[in-house]
Design a protein around this ligand. Structure first.
Ligand SMILES: C[S@@+](CC[C@H](N)C(=O)[O-])C[C@H]1O[C@@H](n2cnc3c(N)ncnc32)[C@H](O)[C@@H]1O
Length: 242
């Protein structure tokens, strides 16, 4: 829980970005990626209050697959994505231009200090889809939580999609053959997540992201580690008590 791998993880994602084609074809392969994108974007658009005029921040936005679709489906919402890999941000910006989506913007920043360069001071909703497993030290997680809290209005919502460990937190560190890169990831359990989030955020709900009902037989290819399941974890920012 104490080792910061931010520099190594940045290098891993930078090297993937060198060969990235489309939004993230190596995640599960193109077909699986399309099926999972659909489930994720549908859930976000149905479950989050994306009302006109609100601001949504996508931290660790990668190539912007969620930000772009959410902005396209909700044209009165303002969407901002950030990621620490410049090439991802360049790709997201070129997609924004190609698709002519005006209510989305992107900038390069780390998830641990994204408030420093943010183009606004507060937002209503933050999403972090497949991010916190790459914040492998407690300090990085605390910095992320503090940044989220600082950037949000009271009662703002924070949505994580995370491979939640059923038991204690465990770390994966191996060579991922299909991407020819190292893979380091912290599959946090709920106890460790709550220890870091509970001061600033209240837990609202936890739900399975992928089920037999929404992805059919693809489920076994998506959830490959039996110790964890992809979950939506929804928090609400606590009001300050006086
Ligand atoms: C698994 S990808 C998910 C990307 C995107 N949310 C999606 O679902 O398509 C994780 C992303 O988080 C970014 N990332 C990892 N650690 C980060 C950090 N400390 N600060 C900013 N971005 C980070 C990576 O560059 C990568 O784009």
């Amino acid at each position: 829980m104490e080792i910061s791998n931010e520099k190594i993880i940045k290098e891993i994602f930078e090297s993937r970005a060198e060969v990235v084609e489309g939004h993230d074809p190596w995640r599960y392969g193109r077909d699986l990626a399309e099926a999972t994108d659909k489930v994720e974007i549908d859930w976000i658009c149905r479950k989050l209050p994306l009302s006109p005029g609100k601001r949504l921040f996508d931290i660790g936005c990668g190539t912007g697959r969620h930000s772009l679709e959410i902005a396209r489906n909700n044209d009165s919402l303002k969407v901002i994505g950030c990621d620490f890999v410049e090439k991802n941000i360049d790709f997201a910006n070129s997609e924004k231009k190609r698709l002519g989506i005006d209510n989305v913007s992107f900038y390069c920043s780390s998830a641990t200090n994204f408030s420093d360069d943010a183009p606004f001071s507060k937002c209503d909703i933050i999403i972090a889809i497949g991010l916190i497993q790459y914040l492998t030290s407690e300090n990085e997680l605390f910095d992320f939580v503090n940044c989220c809290s600082e950037m949000m209005y009271d009662d703002g919502l924070l949505l994580l999609k995370h491979p939640l460990s059923y038991e204690d937190t465990f770390v994966l560190d191996y060579h991922r053959d299909e991407m020819d890169t190292r893979y380091i990831s912290s599959y946090y359990g709920m106890k460790d997540i709550m220890r870091v989030f509970k001061e600033k955020f209240e837990l609202m709900s936890i739900a399975r992201t992928f089920t037999k009902k929404n992805v059919g037989d693809l489920l076994k290819s998506i959830e490959r580690d039996e110790r964890a399941k992809q979950m939506w974890i929804l928090f609400q920012k606590k009001r300050k008590t006086v």
